[in-house]
Design a protein around this ligand. Structure first.
Ligand code: ATP
Ligand code: MG
Length: 444
């Protein structure tokens, strides 16, 4: 893709309205455009990154056996009246009336709708567990939308729901999601720590928020530093190992604001290990038993003829917020350098040809290299503008493809000036470049 033909409206300077680095960068390189307070259009660069995040989230849901559905954004108020949340949800819910005067709403979450889908179709314990998810826009009329897409009103969320026959089975489902979230965030090159959390308006009694550390985060956290040493590698989806995995984390004190208790913190965490800091919530899982199934009458036949309400959990990932969260974690705003993890990078590599007047050979060389990249499934952006070297580098450092090739005077024979952002420039052959990039991509 040529930079001149791409829709990447780059700004010369940081926009003054943006307070945190993800918001600054997203506006600066035209990833998003605000359309009204807390509501954004996603432009090609931002959309590409979000779609790559979505793909990883989807693959990891499928991997633990969750089935994908798609529920609408607009819901009827009837089911929310059944659960009792129509009143409780308050002003965060955007309420609308259709032409018949029916009360509708733009879904802030989907516990009611999915319970309604479940109860009309599933009647027997034999069909359990059922795990369902969708990836859909949500609307919450937040009091203070801010920080760009980090806390906005319309956002893209993966939400999953589990239906089980007993508490024990439901906890197995919960633990599966716990593992799946660790895997998902790792593939996004993020260290997300599960923290015991309050259940808020979703309700229930067991809940974890997945938090990545960032000074600009809105969640205050209290934890034992050693929790960062827990490794979730190679955990199989077996009841026992999953239980152990969660216990590995729960050995350490790690809570958000609402659950904080000074005494417990000081008793459980040695002084030198106490960490009080801020983070960004990128995922949230809940177990709430029959909170929705009971008022909404979602029950199944048990062995022996009795009936019982199903035990449910729900599991959210902020897909659009993750775009900002990755920037918060990876962007060096002092030097204005972004390096996207290759798993979600908008381009794998940037090609920076330095043409002389009346001589197109550098651009031609870039085109030839790009043809080889295309054959190898490597996506490049070519800076085909007439700008000078430093301005080209500056732009490419903001766009953040993790690798760069500079084609200029120093390019002789078949040795290329190749650089991984943050590392030294190497002079290597094209085959070598392709090998390096393919290897990086395969890690995911
Ligand atoms: P928060 O405490 O940040 O408001 P929440 O507890 O209300 O989050 P959930 O209902 O658990 O969030 O939603 C699941 C995920 O959706 C969150 O972990 C977060 O990543 C994302 N999310 C929630 N609200 C917003 C928002 N206003 N803008 C962007 N993403 C959001
Ligand atoms: Mg909220």
């Amino acid at each position: 893709m040529y930079l001149t033909k791409s829709f990447i409206p780059i700004l010369k300077n940081n926009p003054s309205e943006a307070k945190i680095k993800s918001h600054q960068l997203m506006l600066r390189v035209g990833m998003i455009k605000q359309s009204s307070a807390g509501i954004y259009s996603w432009l090609p660069l931002g959309f590409k990154v979000m779609k790559k995040i979505e793909k990883i989230v989807r693959e990891e849901q499928n991997r633990i056996g969750v089935q994908e559905i798609l529920m609408p954004t607009i819901q009827s108020s009837e089911i929310w009246k059944e659960s009792g949340r129509y009143e409780d949800y308050g002003e965060e819910m955007l309420r609308i009336k259709d032409r018949q005067g029916r009360e509708m709403l733009y879904g802030p979450t989907n516990e009611e709708l999915v319970t309604d889908i479940f109860r009309t179709s599933v009647k027997s314990y034999k069909s359990l567990p059922q795990l369902l998810y969708h990836i859909q826009w949500k609307f919450r009329d937040e009091v203070r939308p801010r920080f760009g897409i980090m806390r906005c009103r319309e956002f893209y969320m993966k939400d999953a729901y589990s239906f089980d026959i007993s508490d024990e089975e439901a906890l197995f489902s919960y633990n599966k999601f716990f593992l799946s979230y660790l895997r998902t965030f790792r593939r996004l090159s993020l260290t997300a720590i599960p923290m015991a959390a309050d259940t808020g308006p979703i309700g229930g009694n067991l809940s974890h928020e997945f938090i990545i550390l960032a000074d600009t985060g809105e969640s205050k956290i209290f934890t034992d530093k050693d929790i960062f040493k827990v490794s979730s590698d190679n955990t199989k989806v077996e009841k026992k190992s999953l239980d152990e995995l969660r216990k590995e984390y729960e050995k350490f004190y790690a809570v958000t604001d609402e659950k904080f208790n000074k005494k417990e913190f000081e008793n459980q965490v040695p002084e030198e290990n106490r960490l009080i800091t801020k983070g960004i919530e990128v995922g949230h899982i809940f177990y709430f038993g029959d909170k929705y199934s009971k008022p909404m009458g979602a029950s199944v036949d048990l062995p022996g003829g009795k009936k019982d309400f199903v035990k449910m959990g729900s599991y959210g990932v902020g897909v659009s917020r993750l775009v900002g969260a990755i920037i918060e974690a990876k962007y060096d705003n002092q030097n204005e350098v972004m390096k996207w993890p290759i798993s979600v990078a908008p381009f794998d590599i940037s090609l920076i040809p330095m043409n002389n007047k009346n001589d197109n050979s550098a651009l031609e060389k870039a085109n030839n290299i790009n043809n080889e990249f295309i054959k190898n499934d490597i996506e490049a952006i070519i800076d085909d503008t007439d700008e000078n070297f430093s301005s080209k580098i500056k732009k490419m450092n903001l766009i953040g493809a993790p690798f760069q090739i500079i084609i200029g005077k120093k390019t002789e024979g078949d040795l290329l000036e190749f650089k991984e952002i943050g590392l030294e420039t190497k002079r290597i052959k094209l085959e070598e470049v392709i090998k390096i990039i393919k290897k990086e991509k395969a890690k995911n």
